[in-house]
Design a protein around this ligand. Structure first.
Ligand code: M6R
Length: 610
């Protein structure tokens, strides 16, 4: 999604902003731009496409300034082109605004401003902002006040940064529903939509809350609410390092993140397993653990891959805690007037912690008095901060748009939560201990699967030109089938569907012929015999089968075309293993098709619009 970087200080801000925008490229975007304020004038430079193209354009102009803002745009209103790219400006071209989010009442504002004589040159919703702010500036208000007044007329979501030629000592930044942070430096300060954009300059971070406006000078800052109340902001020291957000020798972030999983899942469970007691210790849930165990119902709400993790969580929680668990798309949950009882607990799962649909659903649940619990990867993210309590997944920064290590870490956290609740209920010490022990062996088993990378690459070569794929699994592996299909479609643009294996005969079987690859997730578990019957049904219709199977299963090779053999584990933890070959398969197919796996078309890493 859109990215924001701003700088005020003593250095030339051009390389700082451009490098910051490059760090935000992973979020997905289609155009970029920068506005700079010099001693007595200003410049705006924009470009369709990559930040490197913008950089070439700026390099040829040889510009240097101490105050500037830059933006990567992911189009919502208006096609991706140079004119629609941010920063947007007022008619006098001395005031510049960059905006993440959506202004819902932009048509009304636009019409009103047009009546006042303001001319619009873009198709965007964001362009109302510079004109609206300008309409207050011309009445004699300061820049800060003008931004505050303008925002009081805006419905929708925003993270904005504003600079003005006539007040060249400051950046004004504000947020409502779209993340924004301030980075504190020595004689310099930064504004960004994501800490990764400024991490190479400072680790001192201030998180803006919804409804706050901040004035950022080179040596200090002050914050107020939209209603003009002073706010005291805390400065957080963050631990993320630059190495964590580099590719570390891998050709793509996605491959790096797949390969990191033994370590990232280890980090997710580190210090959280109580082996002797056969349970988990989750500091963030300590105060609510009893209430959780007493819940009449649990709901899990999320989007995309996090929703798939939630589905696995349902299988885990219902099997071991016997608490009815529902899983709901956050975008549906919010708008359908959900039934929320006072004993309900609702988990919101999100890698980024900024997904607009999930955040909005969380706020709705909170408003209705539910216990809202976050499972997030990004520390300090909006969902983490808005939740009553929660657990961080500690997977480390995930840059590739296709979520991989975040998913496995979410599964680890869900398994730990299951252990914690189940042991407070009916799970025996023996069962708790055996799950805890098996969980601790998952990292080495993932390492074993990752050694199959070359083998999986060969299978990818065979199937790279397929037009459709079907992924089938049962029980715990049904959500993995959905996840495998999502991974493939989002980065290879091949149409793929995930189904519960037995559902196949109720419709999708009509699609089967020799051109349809079917990926079966078929480890030796209690549904193995049923899955073998499903495999026979596909084979009888000449479907081509790739099976993810247990390494001691010698029978399955006779039935299918290709097998990927993985170690065994207990059912509750099986998705942590079966998903790994599917991630690698999707990755290699996309690479072989020559596609940009880290930034697939039309997609954004963190979807901050509804
Ligand atoms: O940051 P979140 O976990 O809230 O993101 C949710 C989805 O947007 C995300 O999982 C998306 O589906 C990924 N591209 C999947 O790889």
């Amino acid at each position: 999604m859109c990215g924001i970087v701003g700088y005020i200080g003593e250095k030339n801000c051009v390389p700082i902003i451009i490098n910051g925008l490059k760090r935000l490229e992973y979020r997905g975007y289609d155009s970029a731009g920068i506005a700079l304020i010099f001693d007595h004038h200003s410049e705006v430079i924009k470009n369709k496409g990559k930040v490197s193209l913008l950089e070439d354009k700026i390099d040829s102009l040889d510009l240097s300034a101490n105050l500037g803002i830059g933006h990567t745009r992911w189009a919502t209103h208006g096609v991706p082109n140079e004119i629609n790219a941010h920063p947007h400006f007022n008619t006098s071209k001395n005031l510049y605004v960059i905006h993440n989010g959506i202004i819902e009442n932009y048509q009304t504002l636009r019409t009103g401003l047009q009546k006042l004589g303001y001319e619009f040159i873009t198709q965007t919703d964001s362009e109302v902002l510079p004109h609206l702010i300008d309409s207050f500036l011309v009445k004699g208000h300061s820049l800060f006040k003008s931004v505050q007044l303008a925002l009081s007329e805006v419905d929708g979501t925003y993270g904005i940064a504003v600079i003005y030629e006539k007040e060249p000592d400051k950046i004004i930044a504000a947020r409502k529903g779209s993340p924004l942070v301030l980075g504190i430096g020595e004689n310099e300060n930064f504004v960004a939509s994501d800490v990764s954009a400024i991490i190479s300059h400072t680790k001192q971070i201030v998180y803006l809350e919804d409804g706050e406006i901040i004035q950022v000078f080179k040596n200090h800052f002050n914050a107020k609410t939209n209603l003009d109340k002073e706010v005291k902001k805390e400065i957080h020291e963050i631990s993320m390092t630059l190495d964590e957000i580099d590719k570390g020798g891998f050709p793509h972030f996605m491959l790096k993140e797949i390969m990191e999983q033994p370590e990232s899942v280890r980090n997710s469970m580190r210090g959280r397993i109580l082996f002797d007691e056969g349970t988990a210790k989750l500091g963030g849930l300590e105060n609510v653990a009893d209430r959780l165990a007493a819940s009449k119902r649990i709901t899990i709400s999320a989007c995309g891959t996090s929703w798939h993790a939630g589905l696995v969580g349902k299988y885990m929680l219902e099997q071991f805690t016997r608490i009815p668990t529902e899983v709901e798309y956050a975008s549906e949950f919010r708008y359908r007037n959900p039934i929320i009882e006072k004993d309900d607990a609702i988990f919101f799962i999100s890698q980024s912690g900024e997904t607009a649909d999930t955040l909005a659903a969380l706020k709705e649940a909170k408003l209705r008095g539910a216990l809202v619990l976050g499972i997030c990867n990004v520390v300090g993210s909006s969902i983490a901060r808005e939740s009553n309590a929660g657990v961080y997944t500690h997977a480390g920064p995930e840059i590739g748009v296709a979520s991989t290590k975040a998913f496995s870490s979410q599964l680890v956290v869900l398994a730990l939560i299951t252990l914690l609740i189940a042991r407070k209920k009916t799970m025996s010490l023996v069962d708790g201990k055996s799950i805890a022990l098996e969980l601790s062996h998952i990292p080495e088993k993932i390492s074993e699967i990752l050694k199959l990378n070359d083998e999986i690459e060969k299978i990818a070569e065979i199937f790279k030109d397929s037009k459709n794929f079907l992924y089938l699994g049962r029980g715990y592996n049904f959500p993995v089938a959905l996840e495998g299909a999502l991974k493939l479609k989002e980065i290879s643009y091949i149409h793929a569907e995930g189904y519960p294996a037995a559902e196949m005969k109720h419709g999708p079987i009509a699609l089967i012929d020799e051109n349809m690859p079917v990926v079966f997730i078929a480890p030796k578990d209690s549904t193995y015999d049923k899955i073998i019957s499903n495999i026979q049904e596909i084979k009888a219709r000449r479907g081509r089968i790739i099976a993810i199977a247990s390494k001691n299963d010698n029978e399955i090779d006779k039935l299918v075309d290709y097998t990927i053999k993985i170690p065994d584990t207990i059912r509750i933890l099986m998705p942590l293993l079966t998903v790994i070959p599917l991630q690698l398969l999707a990755y290699h197919i996309a690479v072989k098709k020559g596609l940009n796996v880290d930034q697939p078309r039309n997609l954004a890493k963190s979807v901050t619009v509804e």
